[in-house]
Design a protein around this ligand. Structure first.
Ligand SMILES: Nc1ncnc2c1ncn2[C@@H]1O[C@H](COP(=O)(O)OP(=O)(O)OP(=O)(O)O)[C@@H](O)[C@H]1O
Length: 740
C-alpha cells in the first residue's frame, strides 16, 4: 500500500492565496500523500467543521471572533426558517478531515499550467468546466502575483495544512472476472462512491487502497465540448468517434481509461432506499400547470389512475411514492397516450419518474425482447443526460422501477473502461442510459442497434440541445436505423427551456408534441430560500468560511466557476479545517465518484463543484448551496440552487454577487427572485435597473410563466394541477417581452 501524504500549507493566509494561484512557480507543487495521516473514519484524526482547535492557524481566533461579530445576518435570518428541521439532519460527525486532500494536486498545480509567463494564469483556465480558454478579466491582477516560491503549496512538510483523514470508500465489491475481449487492463480500480443507495452502507466498505492523484491523466483529458461536462475530444473534430479515438477509451491517444465503476448494491433495501419528501411536498398541488398543444389527455390525480401493472405499483410503493407530483400528474398520461412531450418543471420535482414510469408501463404492456447475451443489442429505450453522475442516477431509478420485471437497464458513460460498457450492454439491454460521447462510441462499435428504439428521452433537454451536445444529438437521430421522429416517441425534460432551444427541439419532436410547464419555465424552486450577498472577489473566501462555520455540519455544495478554482477553494477550506471534497471535469472518474460518495455519505459535508454538478444530482440532505461564483447564465443558477430544496424539502442558497463581474445577471436574478417570492435586495434592483436591457424577456413583477411554449399558435391551458380546472390567464405576450 502506498503512503499517501498531502502537504498543504497550513498557514497560508488570505493574502497568500491569490498569490498562490497566479504564481508561475506553481509547478513546483507536487502533492505527496500520506494515507495513514489522511485516512478518514476509523483510524484517522477527525475534526469538526467548527474549529476544534485553532492553535495551528495564524488567524484562527480572530477570524472566529470576527464571524461572531459579523453574524452573517442573512444566514441567521434563514436559520430561523428551518429551525424545526435540525433533528432530521444527518449526523456527519464521522467525517474525515481533509477528505480529499489527495485531489488538490490533481492537475493544475503540478502540470505547469501556471507556467504561462503571465500573472493571469489562473484565470486562463477554462471557464465553467469548459475548455474555451477565455482569458478572464476579473481576478487577482491587483494582487501582484506571488511573492515567494517557498510559499507554494508544496513548501515543506512542516507546513502541512491538515490532518484529519481520508479513506476511500472503495472496495467491497468483487471484480467481475476479466474474461472478455474487451478487458483492457488489470489495473482497474473500483470505488464505491457513485452508486447511491442513499445509505451509508457502501461507504467505507473497503479499507483504502491507494488514492493517488494523477495529474491530468485519464478522463479529464482533452477538450470539453459543452458548457460543463463530458470530455469528448481535444481536437474539436468528429465527436462521434471521439471516445474511441482516445478521448476517453484511450485506444489511440493518451493513457487508457481503465476505470471500472463498482456495481451498485443488489439488495432490495439498497435499490429502494429513498429519502423523505419534505414539508412542502403537498404545496406542489398549488402550482399552476400549463399544458399546450392539441388534444392533451387529462391529468391523473393518483397512481391508481395510471393503471400501471402490479409489479410497477409495487415498486412505486417500495420507493415510498404515495402521491404524484404535478409533472408526473400531467406527463404520465401524456406519455401513456403515446404523445411526444416537452416538459418543464422545477428542480427536484420528480421529472425522472415522470418519464420512467410510463415508459416502463408501455414496455410491460407491449412486451420486450428478453434480455440475453447478444453481440448487438437493440434497446427499446435510450435515455441521454449531460453528465456521468446524472446518467448513473437515472439508471439507478430505472433499475429501481424495473425491479422484478424482465426489463434490463444498462448505464454507460465516459471516463470508464469502454470494454466495461460493452460488457454491460451485450448481456442484454432494454433501456440504455448513456452520456452522449459514450453512446456514439458504442453505436460506432456496432454494439447497439437502433431499429427497436421506441422511446428517446433527453433529460436536461435544453443542455442536450445546446451548442455543446446539440450536434451529437442530431447525429444520434440521423444514425442508420434510428426510427424517424414519427416512428418513435421523443420526450424532453428540464427545469429550464430557453425559447431558442425549444425551437431547436422541434427537429426531434413530432409536430403535435405537447408542452407541459409546471410553474414558471425556468423558475427557481420556491422551497429554496435565496439570498444574494454583495461580495467582492477578495472577500469571498472569508465570507465563505464565515458561512460554513455558521452552517456547521450541514451538507453544502459550493459552486465555483473553474476547475482549478474548485481545487483551490477545496484546499483552502481544508486548511480552514472544513472537511471538503471537490468534483469537476478535470478529475478522473473514480475521483469524481469518490468525491460524490464522500459527500453523499457525509464524510465530507462540503462539496466544491463546478457546473458539472449543477444539474440533476439528487443528493439527500443537501441543505445549502453557495454560489461562490455566480454562473454566467441564469438558467445555470436555477439548476445549481436546485440541488437543495428537493422533493418538498426546504433548502437555502447563498450567492456571492460581485459587481465587478456579475452585473449582467442582476436583471434576470431580480426576476427569478421575485417570481419565487424571495426578497430582492435594493442594491440588486438598483444594479438591475442601471444595467437595464430593454429586450429582456421577463418581468420584475413576475409573470405566471416566464417563458412559454414557443408555438404561440396553441391555445395555452393553465390549470391548477390538482383538479384540472382552468385557472389562470394565458401568458401576457407584452409582459413576456418587457422587463419593467
Ligand atoms: N411522487 C413522488 N413521491 C415521493 N418522492 C418522489 C416522487 N417523485 C420523485 N420523488 C423523489 O424526489 C427526488 C427528486 O426527483 P428527481 O431527481 O426526479 O427530480 P427532477 O425534477 O428530475 O430534478 P432536477 O431538475 O434537479 O433534475 C428523488 O429523490 C425522487 O425519488
Amino acid at each position: 500500500m502506498g503512503q499517501i501524504k498531502i502537504e498543504l500549507e497550513a498557514t497560508m493566509g488570505d493574502e497568500d492565496w491569490e498569490a498562490e494561484i497566479i504564481k508561475p512557480r506553481m509547478s513546483s507543487y507536487v502533492p505527496v500523500f500520506e494515507k495513514d495521516r489522511y485516512s478518514s473514519g476509523a483510524n484517522g484524526d477527525t475534526f469538526n467543521r467548527t474549529r476544534a482547535s485553532s492553535s495551528e492557524m495564524d488567524d484562527g481566533p480572530s477570524r472566529r471572533n470576527h464571524f461572531m461579530r459579523s453574524g452573517f445576518a442573512s444566514g441567521r435570518s434563514m436559520g430561523n426558517r428551518d429551525a424545526g428541521e435540525s433533528n432530521k439532519r444527518e449526523n456527519t460527525s464521522t467525517m474525515g478531515g481533509f477528505g480529499v486532500g489527495k485531489s488538490f494536486g490533481n492537475r493544475g498545480f503540478s502540470n505547469n499550467k501556471f507556467e504561462e509567463g503571465d500573472s493571469s494564469g489562473f484565470w486562463r483556465e477554462s471557464n465553467n468546466d469548459c475548455e474555451d480558454n477565455q482569458t478572464r478579466n476579473r481576478g487577482f491582477s491587483k494582487r501582484g502575483g506571488y511573492q515567494d516560491g517557498n510559499h507554494s503549496e508544496a513548501s515543506g512538510s512542516s507546513r502541512r495544512g491538515g490532518r484529519g483523514s481520508f479513506r476511500g470508500c472503495r472496495g467491497g465489491f468483487g471484480l467481475g472476472s476479466p474474461n472478455s475481449e474487451y478487458e483492457q487492463d488489470e489495473g482497474t480500480q473500483r470505488t464505491g462512491g457513485l452508486f447511491g443507495s442513499r445509505r451509508p452502507a457502501l461507504s467505507g466498505a473497503g479499507n483504502g487502497d491507494t488514492y493517488q492523484s494523477r495529474s491530468g491523466s485519464g478522463s479529464g483529458r482533452g477538450g470539453y465540448k459543452g458548457l460543463n461536462e463530458e470530455v469528448v475530444t481535444g481536437s474539436g473534430k468528429n465527436y462521434w468517434k471521439s471516445e474511441a479515438e482516445g478521448g476517453e477509451s484511450g485506444d489511440t491517444q493518451g493513457p487508457k481509461v481503465t476505470y471500472i465503476p463498482p456495481p451498485p448494491p443488489e439488495d432490495e433495501d439498497s435499490i429502494f432506499a429513498h429519502y423523505q419528501t419534505g414539508i412542502n411536498f403537498d404545496k406542489y398541488d398549488t402550482i399552476l400547470v400549463e399544458v399546450s398543444g392539441h388534444d392533451a389527455p387529462p391529468a391523473i390525480l393518483t397512481f391508481e389512475e395510471a393503471n400501471l401493472c402490479q409489479t410497477l405499483n409495487n415498486n412505486i410503493a417500495k420507493a415510498g411514492y404515495t402521491k404524484l407530483t404535478p409533472v408526473q400528474k400531467y406527463s404520465i398520461p401524456i406519455i401513456l397516450a403515446g404523445r411526444d412531450l416537452m416538459a418543464c418543471a422545477q428542480t427536484g420535482s420528480g421529472k425522472t419518474a415522470a418519464f420512467l414510469l410510463p415508459i416502463l408501463a408501455h414496455m410491460m404492456r407491449d412486451g420486450i425482447t428478453a434480455s440475453r447475451f447478444k453481440e448487438l443489442q437493440e434497446p427499446e429505450c435510450i435515455i441521454v443526460a449531460p453528465t456521468r453522475e446524472l446518467i448513473n442516477q437515472i439508471y439507478l431509478e430505472a433499475r429501481k422501477f424495473s425491479f422484478g420485471t424482465c426489463v434490463r437497464a444498462v448505464v454507460i458513460y465516459g471516463g470508464t473502461q469502454l470494454g466495461h460498457s460493452i460488457r454491460q450492454i451485450v448481456q442484454g439491454c432494454n433501456i440504455l442510459c448513456a452520456t452522449p460521447g459514450r453512446l456514439m462510441d458504442i453505436i460506432g462499435k456496432e454494439k447497439i442497434g437502433l431499429r427497436q428504439v421506441k422511446y428517446l428521452v433527453l433529460d436536461e433537454a435544453d443542455r442536450m440541445l445546446d451548442m455543446g451536445f446539440g450536434p451529437e444529438m442530431k447525429k444520434l437521430i440521423s444514425c442508420p436505423g434510428m426510427p424517424s421522429k414519427e416512428q418513435r416517441q421523443t420526450l424532453m425534460f428540464s427545469a429550464t427551456f430557453p425559447e431558442e432551444i425549444q425551437r431547436l427541439a422541434g427537429e426531434f419532436l413530432k409536430s403535435n408534441y405537447l408542452f407541459v410547464a409546471v410553474g414558471q419555465v425556468g423558475g427557481a424552486c420556491r422551497d429554496v430560500q435565496q439570498t444574494i450577498l454583495q461580495v467582492g472577489q477578495y472577500s469571498k473566501r472569508e465570507k465563505l468560511v464565515e458561512i460554513l462555520q455558521n452552517i456547521g455540519d450541514e451538507r453544502t455544495m459550493v459552486f465555483v466557476e473553474t476547475k482549478k478554482k474548485a481545487d483551490f477553494i477545496a484546499t483552502f477550506l481544508c486548511q480552514e479545517k472544513i472537511s471538503t471534497t471537490s468534483i469537476h471535469g478535470d478529475r478522473e472518474q473514480r475521483e469524481r465518484e469518490q468525491a460524490l460518495g464522500d459527500f453523499r455519505y457525509g464524510k465530507c459535508p462540503v462539496l466544491v463543484a463546478t457546473s458539472v454538478a449543477a444539474r440533476g444530482l439528487d443528493i439527500e440532505n443537501v441543505q445549502h448551496v453557495i454560489n461562490f461564483d455566480l454562473p454566467s447564465t441564469i438558467d445555470e443558477y436555477v439548476h445549481r440552487i436546485g440541488r437543495t430544496g428537493r422533493c418538498g424539502n426546504t433548502g437555502r442558497a447563498i450567492s456571492f454577487f460581485d459587481p465587478e463581474s456579475d452585473n449582467h445577471l442582476a436583471q434576470p436574478l431580480v426576476k427569478v427572485l421575485s417570481d419565487a417570492q424571495q426578497d430582492v435586495p435594493a442594491w440588486l434592483e438598483e444594479i438591475a435597473f442601471s444595467t437595464y436591457v430593454p429586450g429582456f424577456s421577463g418581468s420584475a413583477r413576475g409573470n405566471v410563466f416566464a417563458s412559454v411554449d414557443t408555438r404561440k399558435n396553441y391555445q395555452g391551458k393553465s390549470t391548477l394541477n390538482t383538479a384540472g380546472f382552468s385557472s389562470s390567464q394565458a401568458p401576457n405576450p407584452v409582459d413576456d417581452e418587457s422587463w419593467d
